[in-house]
Design a protein around this ligand. Structure first.
Ligand code: OAD
Length: 241
């Protein structure tokens, strides 16, 4: 508990906080992770479902997979960790949330300054004109087409082999270079570029805290490792007022 109070007091005195989240924060809401024991990539082949080649080969299959995930996520709610981060954003002078999650649960909880570096499952993008729009249909009509140009719509998700939006990378890297505290919550720390964000922040002098149910490749880099479920641990780090 001494460790928790030390981290809590550090968080409450700094002016710039950045949080990096991964699938582990949503696991406590019942959203499957990718690489855990019941992780999605244990049961499905990413190359069949989450690559541009897969979508070109079989867009119906890919949309069916996203419809299945939409169905799962639609009935899930943010948990205590998501809510604690909303509170932290209200208390902090400068707060940036960078998430690899596409489930939209941070926004549903009420977080404001969010960068969704892997996209959002509730958005579609036109493969012809590039228009991005929200679509909350569950299930979505297969195959969906663009209202503006009738082009085929795809999920607005960054797939394997694709680049992240350069503006998102810049925003994230700027945040890592300038933050005083970085909280790294529920990510396996093996997917780039998010994996390298932690060493960037550390190298720039941030106090880095990892919260995860197990150690990760980031654990040896960070200042503090808190082993536990995000929904149990994150609320303990936030001032209760
Ligand atoms: P992973 O599935 O790779 O890792 C989830 C992490 O969460 C693991 O380190 C777990 O130990 C941890 N974890 C599980 N339950 C937890 C809990 N209750 N509390 C805290 N930690 C918990 O997910 P990501 O790191 O998010 O990309 O994966 C990164 C990207 O790889 C994803 O965004 C996804 C995937 O392919 C796309 O879909 C584009």
């Amino acid at each position: 508990m001494e460790k928790i109070s030390r981290i809590r007091s550090r968080i409450s005195t700094v002016s710039s906080i950045v949080v990096l989240t991964g699938a582990g924060i949503s696991a406590d809401s019942g959203v499957p992770t990718f690489r855990g024991e019941d992780g999605l990539w244990r049961r499905f082949r990413a190359e069949d479902l989450a690559t541009p080649e897969a979508f070109r080969r079989d867009p119906v299959l890919v949309w069916e997979w996203y419809n299945w995930r939409r169905e799962i996520i639609a009935i899930k709610n943010p948990n205590a960790a998501h809510h604690a981060l909303v509170k932290l954003e209200r208390q902090a002078r400068s707060f940036t949330l960078i998430t690899q999650n596409v489930d939209g649960l941070h926004a549903k909880a009420g977080s404001k300054n969010i960068t969704e570096i892997h996209g959002n499952i509730w958005k579609t993008r036109c493969t012809v004109c590039g228009d991005v729009s929200h679509n909350f249909d569950v299930p979505i009509t297969i195959l969906p087409h663009c209202k503006k140009c009738n082009g085929l719509l795809r999920p607005h998700i960054v797939w394997f082999g694709e680049s992240l939006d350069p503006a998102d990378i810049k925003r994230s890297m700027d945040a890592m270079h300038t933050c005083e505290v970085l909280l790294v919550i529920g990510t396996s720390g093996i997917v780039q570029p998010a994996a390298s964000f932690v060493s960037t922040a550390k190298g720039a002098g941030a106090y880095v805290v990892e919260i995860n149910i197990e150690e990760t490749p980031n654990s040896y880099l960070v200042d503090e490792v808190l082993v536990g479920r995000a929904s149990d641990v994150v609320p303990l780090l936030i001032n209760r007022d």
